[in-house]
Design a protein around this ligand. Sequence first.
Ligand code: GLU
Length: 427
Amino acid sequence: MRTPVPDYLEQVLGECDADDGAVADYIPELAQADPDRLAIAVSTLDGTVWTAGDAESSFSIQSISKPFTYALAIADQGLDGVLRTIDVEPSGDAFNEISLEPSSGRPRNPMINAGAIAAHALVKGDDAEARFARILALYSRLAGRDLDVDEAVFTSELDTADRNLAIAYMLRTVGTLQADAPDVVRGYTRQCSVSVTVSDLARMAAVLAAQGRGPDGTQLLEPHVSRQVLSVMATCGMYDAAGDWLTTVGIPAKSGVAGGLIGVLPGQVGIAVFSPRLDRHGNSARGVRVFERLSRDMGLHLMEVSEAARSVVRRYVEDSGAAVHEVSGDLRFVEAERVLRSLTEEPEGAGVVVLDLERVHRVNDVARRMLLEGVRRLHLDGHEVRLVDPSEALGEGRGGAGRGAGPDSGDGYAPERFEDAAAAVRG
Ligand code: GLU
């Protein structure tokens, strides 16, 4: 069978083909772009990339670089350090507005140029070149290949960078920027001139969707960094159309003036679209329409999350009298609450209770603590709790991996661990 995913993507591009708007021309080289190109890529978290349209076309990343440089600034300076310099409030202003928060002198957020220039300068490096080299290395790691600068775009943009220079000098006057203003604008302009395809951008977006993990499982960004970046993209990523975007499309996104647009569906996919003509907000006109369409078809909107699975736990009683609670799926607060509800069916007494987590893949921190508390309370009620937890979802046991004493549930009680439910029932 041939997967229908690329055919579906072709179909979406075909239906969103009618264009309007105009290519950005304040950077002369961008005005040379073929305005009719249209491409899409969708990357799953395990690194499979589906594309349609002019997916081989490369273009400059422009403002889509901002979230990734912000991520590196946080990794280098810590979140508090970055927040002291750059706020996280949507500005409702155009991307190159020369404005700062009046009371603190901080740029309002890292997605407008003032904040992005400040974020660029927060990246560690002995000099401007070292700083940029680290930025390019991060983008390359996220994209899974060595990226490069489009020198023609870079020169063209640097020649016309007066407004960004003005912003950098303004940042210096309020003490937000210590480095040399022309140096920083040069580096920031190089960062905006990195050449990418939709596949590169979809892969980069997918790392954000995977809490900072690359397709091979390597942690490329810390989960809290990824969360911060996505939050800022959700509120500030689409310039002065951010509210409209969040209500209609409903996922964190970032656009660039060359016509690129990325969207991140946390836990599922990274998506990138390219079409150079921009709407009046500076966002790719067809890019926005493609995303609106995908959001409708694929149910992407983050505020439209389906209810958690109802059947995460099944209770049965063995001939021996042992009650087995067989749990499956990923456990978060809601699922753990269902498991606890199932455990409340055990009357006080000295019976054996088996908590079978063999079919559980992932347990988040709150769910883990809830289950351990359930184990502790069963024990207080007089039960002997036996645990089946081959992937150590509840934490490492006292007796090492496999069979033996499980993790401490509090009060010094550790349930005995068994390799499967049958062994646990046998005891
Ligand atoms: N390099 C562009 C600038 O700073 C980026 C703007 C954008 O993509 O929105 O003017």
